[in-house]
Design a protein around this ligand. Structure first.
Ligand SMILES: Cc1cc2nc3c(=O)[nH]c(=O)nc-3n(C[C@H](O)[C@H](O)[C@H](O)COP(=O)(O)OP(=O)(O)OC[C@H]3O[C@@H](n4cnc5c(N)ncnc54)[C@H](O)[C@@H]3O)c2cc1C
Length: 447
């Protein structure tokens, strides 16, 4: 099946749609996904991006002192992220933009599992049954948990926390498997994380098709991975990208449609982060309930510590888990990005490390890696990137607004909008494509 079919090419009734001009506010993954899906259907779009670089929370980091392209944070995708991968393939034809490998988790001094090349769910069940670093009863408990959830369709009658969901699982299994998985997927501690969203991720990545559980690591920077070639695609389909323009005002227009900083549009897609959306839509009284919802959100940080060693330093694999350390995962950018000797250590959520300054934190991580992975005792240089609002805290019962709002022709895109997924690239791109579909379906003459 054409993986791009769901992007909506091509409409038959385009007469009224041709008169539309859609303003998209925000050039992150959500905004650029909407822009590509609309441009693909010959709808005129103008994207406004406040920053110098496209990509928002998944972007290339500007760093004048270094000639190495860094990202604002190391990202990992799953094979289940089909919308993001289809879009990246569409705008990057012929580019090997990612490294794909079957599910495997290698935790230094801890859990080790690898999925055999079998159809799902047997690949994951067998991976659990043969895992190293946990004993036989823990292996059975993990497998039993997955089979039980599968029988229940990965559905809860009422949302609970992941910690509550895991009651009855052996403590060592929670520490070595479920907790790291929850942090990696939801970036939220198990004590508050939504069990339903966690189960959605397990369902889609571990039980649908074998490829859905694949781990996907971009091999190019995160702006080049999708948003920058997406902008080229949009321009070549008649759209505009306005960089370094922070939209200040959105009002309804007397002649119908909307005024975005004074410019007239038929439709608006607001594709900014949730804390930014709350401020941007505050001038539209009909959206007050959404503003109130968004103001109740809390956020989780992600810290990435880049460490450059001598180019011959190489880890056994592109991604390694760490146990009992501040850093939870370490990525070898030599394997993924050909940036030899460059490691990216990732720390989800807040913790003791938040009290350290960048230099002290980098020194601590260098020491951790030296101890656990036998890397050199010193790095040549380091770069610490702290994203304080990396993701919304994916807690139980979090209200997530739909892409469709009570205002005609006004849509919300972004990882925080209604989705089965936590704050991820996939939630973002799916929401953008959904907004595009709503506009494409709304082919009335009304602006
Ligand atoms: C460090 C880090 C690590 C992460 N790791 C992963 C991972 O491994 N896997 C994964 O799937 N996800 C990961 N995420 C989450 C993922 O990056 C986000 O879910 C996704 O990028 C959100 O995209 P978005 O388009 O919804 O929002 P954003 O990326 O926040 O985009 C919003 C855009 O709007 C722009 N903007 C804001 N206000 C205005 C305005 N007034 N006018 C014009 N433009 C404006 C902003 O500059 C920004 O470019 C990570 C995030 C971070 C920060």
């Amino acid at each position: 099946m054409d993986r791009l079919a769901h992007l909506g090419k091509k409409l038959t009734n385009v007469t009224t749609l041709r008169n539309r001009h859609v303003a998209i506010i925000g050039g992150g993954y959500a905004g650029m996904a909407a822009a590509v899906a609309l441009a693909r259907n010959d709808i005129k779009v103008t994207v406004y991006e406040a920053g110098k670089v496209l990509g928002g929370r998944a972007r290339q980091l500007e760093h004048p002192q270094l000639d190495t392209a860094l990202d604002n944070g190391q990202h990992l995708l799953l094979g289940a992220y089909q919308t993001t991968l289809a879009l990246a393939r569409l705008v990057n034809p012929g580019t090997a933009a990612w490294l794909r490998q079957p599910l495997q988790l290698h935790t230094q001094n801890g859990l080790q599992l690898a999925a055999p090349r079998l159809p799902a769910p047997f690949n994951t069940l067998l991976a659990l049954l043969t895992a190293k670093g946990i004993n036989a009863s823990q292996r059975l408990a993990a497998t039993g948990f997955m089979m039980h959830q599968r029988l229940r369709g990965f559905k809860l009658t009422q949302d609970i926390t992941v910690a509550e969901l895991l009651i009855g699982q052996p403590p060592h299994l929670i520490k070595s498997l479920w907790e790291p998985l929850c942090l990696a997927a939801l970036n939220t501690p198990i004590a508050t994380a939504s069990a339903q969203v966690f189960l959605n991720v397990l369902r889609d990545s571990l039980t649908r098709s074998r490829q859905d559980s694949d781990l996907i690591i971009p091999t190019i920077d995160l702006s080049a991975f999708f948003p920058v070639p997406a902008a080229d695609y949009v321009r070549s389909n008649g759209g505009d990208i306005v960089m370094q323009h922070r939209v200040r005002s959105i009002t309804t227009s007397d002649t119908g449609g909307y005024l975005v900083d004074g410019a007239q549009y038929s439709d608006v897609i607001c594709a900014v982060a949730p804390h930014q959306a709350a401020a941007l839509i505050a001038g539209l009284p009909a959206l007050m309930p959404i503003t109130e919802q968004l103001n109740s959100y809390s956020y989780q940080p992600i810290t990435t510590v880049y460490l450059q060693y001598s180019p011959h330093i190489r880890l056994p694999r592109a991604m390694t888990g760490l146990a009992g350390t501040i850093a939870q995962w370490v990525f070898d950018r030599g394997i993924s990005h050909q940036q030899h000797g460059l490691l990216a250590a990732v720390i989800s959520t807040a913790g003791e490390h938040s009290k350290l300054n960048h230099k002290a934190l980098a020194a601590h991580i260098v020491a951790e890696l030296h101890q656990t992975l036998a890397t050199p005792p010193d790095a040549i240089w380091h770069q610490v990137v702290v994203e304080k609002r990396a993701t919304f805290s994916c807690d139980t019962h979090l209200p997530r607004p739909t892409q469709h709002t009570s205002l005609a022709n006004f849509y919300l895109a972004g990882d925080y909008t209604a989705s089965d997924y936590p704050a991820t690239l996939e939630a973002a791109t799916q929401s953008g494509v959904k907004c595009a579909h709503l506009i494409l379906a709304n082919n009335t003459t009304k602006p």
